[in-house]
Design a protein around this ligand. Structure first.
Ligand code: BT5
Length: 261
C-alpha cells in the first residue's frame, strides 16, 4: 500500500475528516494524523481522550473491494494484529488482544480501534480505520485511569511517535496483503495467538440478558463462542467482562463493549 500522510496540529476527529476525504475520492492509503483531537471518538459515540502531542491519533483510508460488506469486520482484527506486532517490534512489549477491538498491556487498554464504513447504495465504497495509541502520556483522567495505560507508563521509556507510526503502517500493509488473498483464517489465528481470553470466565451482557461462561473461541467470522451452563452460545456483539481466576473483573465496562461490524 502506498501511504500519503496528512498531518494536523489539531482536528475534530481524524476519522471524521478522513471519511470526508473518502467521499471526495481520495485513494486507498491516505492517512490523516493529528497531535490533538477536539472530538476524538470511540465506538457508540464514546469519547477518545488523549493528551495533545503525546500520543498517536491517526486514521487510514482503505478501499477493500475484495471484501463483502459482512466481511469488513475482519479489518478490525487485522488492525489489532498489526498494532500488536508493531509494538512487539518497536517497543519490545507483548500486547494482549481483547475481543473485539482492544490492545492491552498488563490488562489495561493501550490502544483502541474504530472502524467506520461508507457505502455507495449497497456497495462498500471505503473504510476508515482509526487508531488511538497511548504512547508517552503519563496520567489519565480519573474515569479511565485504572483501565488505561501507555507505552511509556508500561515501560518507563519515551518513544518516538513517528517510528511507532511507520512500524504500524508497515505491519498494516503486510496484513492487508494477506487479506487480499482472502486468507481470513491465518489473520484470525494471529489474533487468537495474542489473546488470553480463552479458557477464562467471561460475562457477556446484551441489551436485555447476561450470559456467563468460559470463553471457548473467537471464530473466523469474528464471533465469540462461550460455554455457558445452557451449552455453547455464539455472540457477535455484547459487553464482555473478563474475570481472573479468583479475582474481580480484569476489565469491564466500558472497554468490553463490542460489536464486530
Ligand atoms: C475505541 O472505542 O477503543 C476506539 C478508539 C479509537 C480512537 C481513534 S483516535 C484516531 C481516530 N479518530 C477518532 O475520532 N477515533 C479514532 P471504544 O471501544 O468505544 O472505547 C472507548 C472507551 O475507551 C471510552 O469510553 C473510554 O472509557 C476509554 N478510553 C477513552 N480514551 C482512552 C484512552 N486514551 N486510553 C484508553 N482508554 C480510553
Amino acid at each position: 500500500m502506498n501511504y500519503e500522510i496528512y498531518r494536523f496540529d489539531k482536528i475534530d476527529s481524524t476519522n471524521s475528516y478522513l471519511l470526508r476525504l473518502g467521499d471526495e475520492g481520495f485513494p486507498e492509503g491516505t492517512v490523516v494524523a493529528a497531535d490533538e483531537q477536539l472530538n476524538g471518538r470511540g465506538r457508540f459515540g464514546r469519547k477518545w481522550e488523549a493528551e495533545p502531542v503525546s500520543n498517536l491519533l491517526f486514521s487510514v483510508l482503505l478501499r477493500p473491494n475484495f471484501l463483502d460488506r459482512d466481511e469488513v469486520f475482519i479489518l478490525t482484527f487485522a488492525a489489532a494484529v498489526a498494532v500488536a506486532e508493531a509494538l512487539e517490534d518497536a517497543a519490545l512489549v507483548q500486547p494482549e488482544l481483547k475481543w473485539p477491538n482492544d490492545v492491552l498491556l498488563d490488562g489495561k487498554k493501550v490502544c483502541g480501534i474504530l472502524l467506520e464504513s461508507s457505502f455507495d447504495s449497497d456497495d462498500l465504497d471505503h473504510v476508515v480505520l482509526g487508531i488511538g495509541l497511548n504512547v508517552n502520556q503519563k496520567t489519565f483522567p480519573p474515569e479511565i485511569s485504572n483501565r488505561a495505560t501507555s507505552l511509556s507508563s508500561f515501560t518507563g521509556k519515551e518513544f518516538e511517535r513517528d517510528e511507532i507510526l511507520f512500524t504500524i503502517l508497515s505491519r498494516l500493509s503486510a496484513i492487508y496483503e494477506v487479506l487480499r488473498t482472502r486468507d481470513f483464517h491465518s489473520v484470525m489465528k494471529r489474533w487468537r495467538d495474542r489473546s488470553k481470553m480463552f479458557g477464562k470466565t467471561i460475562r457477556v451482557r446484551l441489551a436485555d440478558k447476561t450470559f456467563e461462561g468460559i470463553c471457548d473461541e473467537v471464530a473466523d467470522d469474528g464471533s465469540i463462542v462461550v460455554q455457558t451452563s445452557a451449552g455453547a452460545q455464539k455472540f457477535t456483539s455484547g459487553e464482555i467482562t473478563i474475570f481472573q481466576m479468583s479475582e474481580g473483573p480484569l476489565s469491564g465496562d466500558p472497554f468490553g463493549t463490542g460489536e464486530i461490524s
